[in-house]
Design a protein around this ligand. Structure first.
Ligand code: APR
Ligand code: PHB
Length: 391
């Protein structure tokens, strides 16, 4: 098998890249180790930055998002039993975000790819990337019980944190920057209308809580829990009682309960691999970097990477110049580090760190007070939350 761009992984990064390349008249093949149902069911975050929304529209992949997505013009910060709204359009010259689940983005892109795009093979597991330093890199993969080779001009590793692409960069050239956090998020889906019409990020002595949503009738809620917690250790009643305490306000706001349909624990990690390119192998999305979910940046970063790659390859095709491809890693990393900084700031601002000193706890409250009393500080948060431009 031979193609121009071999794409490993059909998460949002790989699927959107295939769509962008198709629109630019560039051939690709996508290899995905899981089956279609698994990819379409996987629960992930659901906030699309303004720039991500614009990219999906320009790619002709936004019809259902525009019908079913919920435009959000702000978020609420909650601490000390008080509520503070951050008004995005007022602080960022009109920017907002879209609540539309990552799984829905993936379903839309899969349907488009199967209908209009190049091959998208499910249950096709990449085993190794070879020849990244040569003109003809290739991907060895297993499909329908046989081993095969996909020969490419370029390979893009969109295979997430646990994939085979990142290890194909020689260890001597790799640098990893990493931080883990001593807590995770217990996330639940519940069949109940969200109790607030915007997301609520709550700081509480008992730990962080987040109220989000998937639709006007489905709530998505999270609780900070100790690292290593098993979701099954929490009964539904315990989850609701804990959420109620952490979201409690002085003004009598109420959290509506409903049947919990799914629960799981997500670990928290910050991770960056540099460089994001080795020869003709390019890393994109979670294959290259992870952010803790507090700022909802994971999907948006993946989109930024593949937009940068598609633009660079189109430029190469049109002008013969590899200038933008050569700059890929640096271009992406500038944006990646801004998102790492923001996600880290949001995480440390809102979570209760085990072992924090009283001094650190007071500082955390001072940071919250600063955001809620200074337009400059609030603007900084709003700009980062709604997203940095894809340059
Ligand atoms: N061969 C083929 N496919 C693979 C392999 C392999 N060896 N290893 C992993 N994959 C697939 C996974 O099954 C998955 O479908 O690669 C895909 C990677 O997708 P994601 O993990 O969703 O990563 P990405 O597309 O970079 O999206 C980033 O996902 O983790 C969230 O919060 C994160 O929203 C962010 C987004
Ligand atoms: C979600 O809806 O899953 C979600 C929203 C905002 C976040 C993280 C997750 O910061």
């Amino acid at each position: 098998m031979r193609t121009t761009v071999g794409i490993i992984g059909a998460g949002p990064a790989g699927l959107l890249l295939a769509r962008l390349l198709h629109n630019a008249g560039i051939e690709s093949v996508v290899l995905e180790s899981r089956d279609r149902a698994y990819v379409e069911r996987r629960q992930r975050a659901g906030i699309l930055e303004q720039g991500t929304v614009d990219v999906l529209r320009a790619a002709g992949a936004a019809a259902r998002m525009d019908r079913e997505g919920l435009r959000h013009d702000g978020i609420e910060l909650r601490f000390d039993r008080r509520r503070h709204r951050i008004d995005f359009p007022a602080l960022t010259a009109g920017r907002s975000v879209m609540v539309y689940a990552q799984t829905e983005v993936c379903k839309d892109l899969i349907a488009l790819q199967l209908k209009e795009g190049g091959p998208l093979l499910f249950e096709a597991e990449a085993l190794a990337v070879e020849g990244a330093e040569s003109e003809r890199p290739c991907v060895r993969f297993r499909y329908e019980g046989r081993e095969d080779v996909l020969e490419c001009d370029y390979v893009v590793g969109c295979d997430g944190f646990w994939g085979v692409s990142r290890p194909a960069v020689p260890a001597a050239l790799s640098r990893v920057f990493e931080r883990t956090y001593p807590f995770g998020w217990l996330g639940v889906l519940a069949d109940v209308p969200p109790s607030h019409d915007e997301l609520v990020y709550a700081h509480h002595d008992r730990g962080f809580a987040l109220l989000s949503m998937r639709s006007p009738s489905v709530s998505r809620l999270y609780l900070q829990v100790p690292e290593g917690t098993d979701a099954e250790d929490w009964s539904d009643d315990e989850i609701w009682a804990e959420l109620e305490q952490r979201f409690e306000t002085a003004d009598g706001w109420r959290l509506e309960r409903g049947p919990i349909t799914q629960k799981s624990v997500t670990p928290m990690r910050s991770f960056v691999h540099e460089p994001m390119r080795h020869g003709r192998l390019f890393l994109a999305g979670d294959a290259a970097h992870i952010v803790p979910p507090t700022g909802a940046k994971g999907l948006n970063l993946a989109v930024g990477d593949v937009v940068t790659f598609a633009r660079a390859l189109t430029y190469q095709k049109e002008t013969g110049s590899t200038e933008l491809l050569d700059a890929y890693s640096e271009t992406c990393l500038r944006r990646v580090w801004q998102a790492e900084r923001f996600s880290y700031d949001m995480t440390t601002l809102l979570h209760r760190a085990p072992g924090a000193t009283p001094f650190e706890e007071r500082l955390q409250l001072a940071r919250l007070a600063r955001i809620t009393s200074s337009r400059a500080a609030e603007t900084d948060l709003a700009e980062a939350y709604t997203g940095f431009p894809h340059d």
